[in-house]
Design a protein around this ligand. Structure first.
Ligand SMILES: C[S@@+](CC[C@H](N)C(=O)[O-])C[C@H]1O[C@@H](n2cnc3c(N)ncnc32)[C@H](O)[C@@H]1O
Length: 293
């Protein structure tokens, strides 16, 4: 499906329009230096390690079909066998886990020591290295695919895209995967209204800096959406929200007030007031290929 912005959306499930209305007025996604200062962005980008255990416990993972779709062009070319996959900005390994489960050899690169330690503990079968998107500790043409989960917005893409092209083999794939809360569901839209940040809601993943920027080393990205659910309670969904960088960098009193507001809201809604419920999510995948392929 063609749409403004030039990316083709492959509708694997339910979303095709990338509607941005849920983010208007707040969290504009403007480049650092406008709405946010460089320092603020850097603080947020490095805020996760302090809560690595909570992050791993409470953040959603990625559907295996989404990871398979991300890797499909290079998988097809390699006859479906194991690939060398780099999970860049791997965090605690949520995407690494899925790529390993699909039978691939995975190298995880992550700058935060707390996140990297958690990944090493949980996924010893992956090769875990300290590094960043702008300085990847791998040899030229050493991987078939680079996957990025919920992190491309932290990259300096001007420096990161040539670095990613350097480590990819000809014809290799670069794919980003982003989870968004599906705020077409009424109570999830209400949660968006009272949340201090809109970053976990639908539409955000297509804001500037969150998509792969045009670069001569890569083909134009194509997209596909993969709906999935995560079982939560009012308390555990509040804990999920508390792992977002906007909350992590707040002063303690401000953070406590924000999480209390979220818990109060969830306790006030019949769908989420007690026991377990399903949080509806969409994983949006953007995929492009190394132009040399
Ligand atoms: C929201 S977490 C995502 C972690 C993991 N990919 C996932 O899907 O759960 C963002 C991660 O990006 C990492 N990060 C921030 N800036 C980075 C950069 N310039 N290069 C590589 N990773 C970066 C953070 O340390 C953090 O682990």
């Amino acid at each position: 499906m063609a749409r403004p912005g030039g990316r083709r959306v492959v509708n694997m499930g339910i979303i095709t329009n990338g509607n941005d209305s849920s983010t208007s007025g707040r969290d504009s996604g403007a480049p650092a230096g406008d709405a946010e200062t460089q320092e603020w962005v850097a603080r947020r980008a490095s805020s996760f390690g302090a809560v690595a255990t909570d992050y791993d416990e409470h953040r959603p993972g990625y559907p295996s079909e989404a990871v398979a779709w991300a890797l499909a062009p290079v998988s097809a070319r390699r006859g479906g066998g194991p690939l060398d996959v780099l999970d860049l900005a791997a965090g605690t390994g949520k995407l690494t886990r899925e790529a390993l489960a699909l039978g691939h050899r995975v190298t995880a690169v992550e700058p935060d020591a707390g996140m990297l330690d958690a990944l090493r503990e949980r996924l010893p079968q992956a090769t875990a290295l300290s590094g960043a998107a702008e300085r990847i500790p791998l040899a030229d043409a050493s991987v078939d695919a680079v996957v990025v989960g919920q992190a491309i917005h932290w990259f300096d893409q001007e420096r990161a895209l040539p670095e990613i092209a350097r480590v990819l083999r000809p014809g290799g794939v670069l794919a980003t995967l982003s989870n968004a809360d599906d705020d077409r569901v009424g109570w999830i839209a209400g949660l968006g209204e009272i949340s201090p940040s809109q970053v976990s809601f639908l539409g955000w993943e297509n804001k500037p800096r969150r998509a792969i920027e045009p670069h001569p080393a890569f083909s134009a990205p194509v997209e596909a959406d993969f709906p999935h659910v995560m079982v939560r309670t009012a308390e555990t969904l509040t804990a999920t929200a508390a792992t977002h960088s906007h909350l992590l960098v707040m002063e303690p009193a401000q953070r406590a007030a924000a999480t209390a507001r979220i818990l109060d809201y969830l306790k006030s809604r019949p769908e989420t007031a007690s026991g377990e419920f399903e949080l509806h999510l969409v994983t949006r995948v953007q995929r492009c290929e190394h132009a040399a392929g």
